[in-house]
Write a protein that binds this ligand. Structure first.
Ligand code: GUN
Ligand code: FE
Length: 449
């Protein structure tokens, strides 16, 4: 039994507008449990402090170019879509699904396709510092299990969902029946919960693709499964105008798109909805009432020209907000990109307000860090486990190194700690991540260990 001790600058979000930058900080991690056992500020004599520990320790003294940062939390990504990420960005949502997504996802009927693609995508996300990810897989039970196995081998913390589709889907990519969809979902949940007994990092999540591809009976059944197994629910909501119109025409008894999910028991404090670009105040109030979170997928909202989501409207009403890459609606498998895209979306909203002579505050650095870490953790109900550095939480962390010669950041030597964090957020890449830890275990990093 040993400790890892990190001594240097430590950066994390304490709340949405409080960025804590600790100099001469000392984080001590219990290597066996992967948990933070001590977090001290302004430590002068580190050896003396560590001498008091009752176990052997390894001290990592960070350079002035390095800092410890919380692992990034991606609240929405499609693992099978990575195979075409960065291509096919010419269409809007519904046409894009039919043309690119459904044919690509249908190929995951083959376990070999799944194994190859899932190894690539999970490795890439880890290299980019995504220590926790909420994944959509496909409708195929076997391939979904392969995603769980792959994530387990590679060491990511993850929520994994088997996608449900029993209507309005092409013949080559639809489940046999509503009952088969529910049976496979139950089998997937049980498989994943079985794994959870030895690997607590992976959680199954009920994943109706969206209301268009799910019958009323299926959605009611999925709500029951989520309750029975006490697990979260993820889906898409109010992404694009055509989608909203078609959805509401399919469920005319509900008040609005958000009401459809409410009427089928799919909203609750463990639920989170991707996109939410075009929402009425009443819909946002409905999410707030159910304590349901959202995943803000700004790159995807631009790339599929769905629209610009004003996350401030959600934050002002107390709705939990995290960021999502939405690979491959979003082309970038990187949460640093999600931060930058969210920054642009916020500036777009600012400019629209300015044109109407209205005040608006764009997302600042502290808010962006929060959304990419602790905010995402709250959306996933993991705020007591990850998101920032608190004694008792898991050590899911990045050792950022802006001094590495391949990194895309050049320091001039006179930057404040805050400026270094901003340079990392806006110019950093995988080469700036010397080490990536999940639950205290090193799972990726550009530094040769
Ligand atoms: N809505 C339903 N399915 C999808 C998907 O795969 N990606 C996105 N962006 N939106 C969806
Ligand atoms: Fe999506």
């Amino acid at each position: 039994m040993t400790f890892n001790a990190f001594y240097g600058t430590i950066v994390h979000a304490i709340s949405i507008n409080q960025l804590d930058i600790v100099s001469n900080g000392l984080l001590v991690v219990d290597n066996e449990k992967g948990v933070i056992v001590s977090f001290e500020r302004e430590v002068d004599d580190v050896e003396k402090f560590l001498g008091k520990l009752d176990r052997p320790y390894k001290l990592h003294r960070l350079t002035p170019e390095q800092f410890v940062f919380p692992g990034l939390v991606d609240t929405h990504a499609h693992a099978p879509q990575y195979v075409f990420a960065g291509s096919g960005m010419d269409l809007q949502l519904l046409e894009w699904l039919n043309t690119y997504v459904f044919p690509a996802e249908s190929s995951f009927k083959s376990p070999q396709v799944a194994k190859d693609a899932y190894t690539k995508v999970v490795s890439r996300f880890l290299r980019n510092g995504t220590t926790t990810c909420s994944w959509f897989a496909t409708i195929h039970l076997e391939a979904c299990k392969i995603l769980v196995d792959t994530i387990e081998q590679l060491g990511q913390r993850a929520y994994v969902g088997k996608v449900n589709m029993d209507q309005n889907s092409p013949d080559f990519y639809i489940e046999e029946s509503t009952q088969a969809s529910l049976d496979d979902t139950r089998a997937f949940i049980e498989y994943t919960q079985q794994k959870q007994q030895s690997n607590a990092l992976i959680t199954p999540v009920v994943t109706p693709r969206f209301a268009i591809t799910c019958s009323s009976e299926l959605m009611h059944g999925l709500s029951q499964l989520a309750k029975e197994y006490d697990i979260p629910i993820q889906t898409h909501l109010c992404e694009n105008h055509n989608e909203i119109e078609f959805t509401c025409s399919l469920f005319p008894k509900s008040k609005h798109y958000t009401g459809i999910y409410a009427d089928h028991g799919l909203l609750g404090d463990k639920s989170y909805m991707a996109h939410c670009v075009h929402m009425t105040d009443d819909e946002i109030d409905t999410l707030a009432k159910h304590n349901t979170g959202i995943s803000h997928c700004a790159n995807s909202n631009f790339s599929l020209h769905s629209g610009v989501c004003d996350v401030r409207r959600f934050l002002d009403k107390g709705v939990k907000v995290g960021l999502g890459t939405d690979v491959a609606g979003g082309f970038a498998p990187s949460m640093l990109d999600a931060v930058r895209s969210s920054f642009f979306a916020s500036k777009c909203t600012l400019m629209a307000h300015r044109d109407r002579q209205q005040e608006y505050e764009h997302l600042g650095t502290a808010e962006l860090v929060y959304l990419a870490t602790l905010g995402g953790a709250r959306v996933l109900g993991l705020q007591d486990t990850i998101g920032n550095f608190v004694v008792g939480k898991a050590f899911d962390a990045l050792i950022v190194d802006l001094g590495s010669s391949q990194g895309s950041v050049d320091l001039m030597g006179n930057e404040t700690p805050l400026q270094k964090v901003e340079k990392f957020l806006f110019n950093g890449n995988d080469q700036s991540l010397a080490h990536v830890f999940v639950q205290g275990r090193r799972v990726a990093g550009s530094s040769v260990e």
